[in-house]
Design a protein around this ligand. Structure first.
Ligand code: 6PG
Length: 474
C-alpha cells in the first residue's frame, strides 16, 4: 500500500482495537502496532484490510505514518506507557505527537510531557471514556496539555468522537495533565453515581419489595425521566437478566464484592490534597472497600443482626426517584468543585463548560443532567457549586425533601446508604450559615494555643487562657 497512514494506534487490547476500528470506519488509514505479535496478528486476521497498515517492527510502524505523526497509545496505565515512549523516542521527530489514551495519573502525564519535550516530540495526555462500545462507535475524549498538538489532533478526534446536540464530545481540557485529571474526576463521579444507583436498588428491592423484574422496570421507567442516563439504562438491562441456573435474577448470584482500579481513590485523594470535601465520592470508594470485607461483614451480620432486608414503611418508589436525582446533583456538584479548585491550583485554565459538554455523550456519565450542567456553566463559567445555579437550585430544593425522607426511613430500617446519606449531609452542611466549627476552634485553642478568630473581628487571630477566664453562671 502506498498511502501513508493518517493515524497510528499502539496497543490492540479491547480499547485500542475498538478505537483503531473506529478511526478506520471514518475513512482514515490506520497503522497499528502491538508489542506482542500474536495480538497484532489476531487483529489483522480479524479486521485487516487495506485501510489498516500493520508493520513488522516499531520503526516501520513509525515510517508508515504521515508526518507530523499522530500516534495514540492505548496500553495499560503505568510502566507500559513509559516502555512504549522509550521505544518510540529514537524514531520520532520534532512535530510528531504521541497521545496516551489510558487512565493515567495526571502527575505521570506532567512528567512524561517533560520527558517527551526533552527528546524533541510532543505528548498529550487524553482521557477516553465509553468502554469498548464507546471506543468503537464514538467515545468522549478529554485531551489536555500541548495546545498546538491538540489543534493537529482535532480533525481526527472530532471524526471519531461521540456527538451530542451540543457538538463533538472532545475538546481541550486545559494545560499540563488536565486531560487525565478531568477523566479521573469523571471516574470519581462515576463511582458515586453507581453507588447511589446500587443503594436505591437495595431500598427498592429490600425495603419496598420491588425486587427482580419490578426493580428492572422501575429503572427502565426512570430512564424516560430526568434520570435518563447510560448508567440507569445499563442498570435496567442487568437487573432484567435471568440466571440460567436458578431462573432468578442473575444479579442475585453475583458475589457482592466490588472491584476497583484506583481512579475513584485518586479523585478522593485529590480532594483531600486541595481541601475540597467530596463526601459522596469518598463514600462510594469506601463502599467498595466495605463490600470487599466479606468475612468481616458476615461476622458482623451474625453478631449484630443482618441488615439490608427490613421492610420500609411510608416510603414510595417516587421518593426514591427524587432522592436519586438530588444525590446525583450533589455528587456532580462535588466533582466540579474539585475541578474548579484543581484548575487554579495546577494552572489548568480548564474550561468547565467544555468539560460538561464533552460528557453529554459517549462517556459512562452521559445523562440528561449533563445538558443542564452544561447550560449552567455556559451561563456562569466560574460557578463554584453547580447546585447554586438558580435552575438547578430550584430542582434540588424540590427533590431534597425526598432525599431527607429516604435517608431517615432507610437509616431507621438499618440500611447502609453511605452515598445517599453523605449527599444529604454535604448539602445540609453547605447550606448551614453558622455550623459547629466554632467549638473545634475553641478546643484547638484551649489545648494547643492554635488561636481563633472572633465573629466581630474576623481578621485578627486571638488566643485565650480558657481555664483562667470567668465562667458562665447558672
Ligand atoms: C470509562 C470508565 C473506564 C473505567 C471502568 C472501570 O470512562 O470508560 O471509567 O475508564 O476504567 O469504568 O473502572 P473501575 O475498575 O475502577 O471500576
Amino acid at each position: 500500500m502506498s498511502k501513508l497512514a493518517d493515524i497510528g494506534v499502539i496497543g490492540l487490547g479491547v480499547m485500542g482495537a475498538a478505537l483503531a476500528r473506529n478511526f478506520h470506519s471514518r475513512g482514515l488509514v490506520v497503522a497499528t502496532w502491538n508489542r506482542e505479535t500474536d495480538m497484532a496478528e489476531a487483529f489483522t486476521a480479524k479486521y485487516g484490510d487495506d485501510r489498516f497498515v500493520s508493520s513488522p517492527s516499531l520503526a516501520q510502524f513509525v515510517q508508515s505514518l504521515e508526518t507530523p505523526r499522530r500516534i495514540i497509545v492505548m496500553v495499560t496505565a503505568g510502566r507500559p506507557v513509559d516502555l512504549v515512549l522509550e521505544a518510540l523516542a529514537p524514531h520520532l521527530g520534532n512535530e510528531d505527537i504521541v497521545v496516551d489514551g489510558g487512565n493515567t495519573f495526571f502527575r505521570d502525564t506532567v512528567r512524561r510531557d517533560q520527558w517527551c519535550r526533552a527528546r524533541g516530540f510532543r505528548f498529550v495526555g487524553m482521557g477516553v471514556s465509553g468502554g469498548e462500545e464507546g471506543a468503537l462507535k464514538g467515545p468522549a475524549m478529554m485531551p489536555g496539555g500541548d495546545v498546538e498538538a491538540w489543534q493537529r489532533l482535532r480533525p481526527v478526534l472530532e471524526l471519531a468522537c461521540a456527538r451530542s446536540e451540543h457538538g463533538p464530545c472532545v475538546d481541550h481540557c486545559g494545560a499540563g495533565g488536565a486531560g487525565h485529571y478531568v477523566k479521573m474526576v469523571h471516574n470519581g463521579i462515576e463511582y458515586a453515581d453507581m453507588q447511589i444507583i446500587s443503594e436505591i436498588w437495595t431500598l427498592l428491592a429490600g425495603g419496598l419489595g420491588r425486587s427482580g423484574k419490578a426493580a428492572a422496570d422501575a429503572f427502565a421507567r426512570w430512564n424516560d425521566t430526568e434520570l435518563r442516563s447510560y448508567l440507569v439504562e445499563v442498570t435496567a438491562l442487568v437487573l432484567s437478566v435471568q440466571d440460567p441456573q436458578t431462573g432468578g435474577p442473575l444479579v442475585d448470584q453475583i458475589l457482592d464484592a466490588a472491584g476497583q482500579k484506583g481512579t475513584g481513590r485518586w479523585t478522593v485523594e485529590q480532594g483531600l490534597e486541595l481541601g475540597i470535601p467530596l463526601p459522596t465520592l469518598a463514600a462510594a470508594v469506601d463502599a467498595r472497600g466495605i463490600s470487599s470485607n466479606l468475612t468481616a461483614r458476615r461476622h458482623g451480620s451474625a453478631t449484630f443482626g443482618d441488615r439490608g432486608h427490613a421492610a420500609i414503611h411510608g416510603l414510595e418508589v417516587d421518593d426514591l426517584r427524587r432522592a436519586f436525582y438530588a444525590a446525583r446533583i450533589a455528587s456532580y456538584s462535588q466533582g466540579f468543585q474539585l475541578l474548579q479548585a484543581a484548575s487554579v491550583a495546577h494552572g489548568f485554565g480548564a474550561n468547565l463548560a467544555a468539560v460538561s459538554r464533552i460528557w453529554t455523550a459517549g462517556c459512562i456519565l452521559r445523562a440528561a443532567l449533563l445538558d443542564r450542567l452544561y447550560a449552567a456553566l455556559v451561563r456562569n463559567p466560574a460557578l463554584e457549586l453547580l447546585h447554586h445555579d438558580p435552575d438547578l437550585a430550584q430542582t434540588l430544593a424540590e427533590a431534597l425533601p425526598a432525599l431527607r425522607k429516604t435517608v431517615v426511613k432507610a437509616t431507621e430500617a438499618g440500611y447502609a446508604i453511605p452515598c445517599l446519606s453523605s449527599a444529604l449531609g454535604w448539602l445540609d452542611g453547605m447550606a448551614t450559615a453558622r455550623g459547629s466549627a466554632a467549638l473545634i476552634q475553641a478546643q484547638r485553642d484551649c489545648f494547643g494555643a492554635h488561636t481563633y478568630k472572633r465573629v466581630d473581628a474576623p481578621d485578627i487571630a486571638v488566643h485565650s487562657l480558657w481555664a483562667e477566664l470567668p465562667k458562665l453562671a447558672g
